[in-house]
Write a protein that binds this ligand. Sequence first.
Ligand code: CMP
Length: 367
Amino acid sequence: MFERLRSGFWSWLPVTLSNGLTTVGLLAMILGTSPAVGEPWHRLLFGIVIVVWGLIAMESIVGFWMAPAAPGRHAYLASAEGLIDLSAAFALPIGWLVASAPGDALLFALIWSLRYIRHTSGLTLFWRIMKRSRTPLLSIASLFAVVFLTAATLAYVFERNAQPEAFGSVPRAMWWAIATLTTTGYGDLMPATGWGRLLAGWVMVGGIVMFALQAGIIATAFAEELQRRHFLNTWDLVTAVPFFQGLGAAAIADVVRLLSAREVAEGTIVVRVGEPGDAMYFIVSGEVTIHLTSGSLKLGPGQFFGEMALLFATRRSATVTTTKPSVLLVLDIADFRELAGRRPEVVNLIEIEGKRRRAANAATARF
Ligand code: CMP
């Protein structure tokens, strides 16, 4: 019963309701900072923030309690969702502990804005990307720290006499170092000495290189993660097609890399008679009709079509339309040739069926 309750919880408490709660709380906090708001309104807004906090804390507790049995509550707390829930629940208590003025404690409600991304699938993607690229990113961050400290120290050495106000100590020079290294360059501080300017040039170039490296690392991890997801989705579809089930895991992995899934609406012409062949198709679900001159026949899940034009370098022998909404796996002509080279046993099976169909069509035409 608990499992049912757990799985049904998020559908019972719609995401929109949760986001609406966050919006009300944030709006009340933001309006509460305006001096134009009179005292009675001020009290009302304070009350709203407190009520929203209570509801958010309750939602977080329920989320923790209902965390799936596997991987468990510890895993939930270590996940992005768990961390967001936890920080949202503790936002105001932490504010009361650390804020100097009591009114400022409410500003910590800003943390609630993280709840907007809590329900998006992009968050899981972002979390996985950060986890995957944490080692190279940490290396870049360490390099950044080294360059930053060196820049601040050298700027202090070169500039302390010329501009004691801005560069009179290493901590003071740090402001220039961070603004230059991040290539923000406010222009409020500029080295006056020749050595200082030379240093500034190196720091600017170093900053650009480090940000480019970081962007490259994140972009690569992003592309790899998307590829992995595509691979897993296609894997599920491919293994659902009986034609591929007899293949070993290595062969399936090769096939999965080459196929892409396509959802096709009912009544779509997938292949038109007389056109050159550019791809063949495996039916995962749905149904297609092959319109031959001698009549029509239907193919369903597990069967394939469009192979004849590729195998025999001919034009399409028939028009093929979907008669039900269908999911097809597409193997385009270049990938078909690659598959023939890598996995001849798979293409041989397709060829046997292609030859049978061609012979059947020729026999019908003769008749
Ligand atoms: P192709 O000629 O590339 O495009 C039309 C497709 O219809 C063809 O490949 C086959 O996949 C399919 N097809 C043609 N004739 C038959 C048949 N007799 N039985 C099943 N499928 C066929």
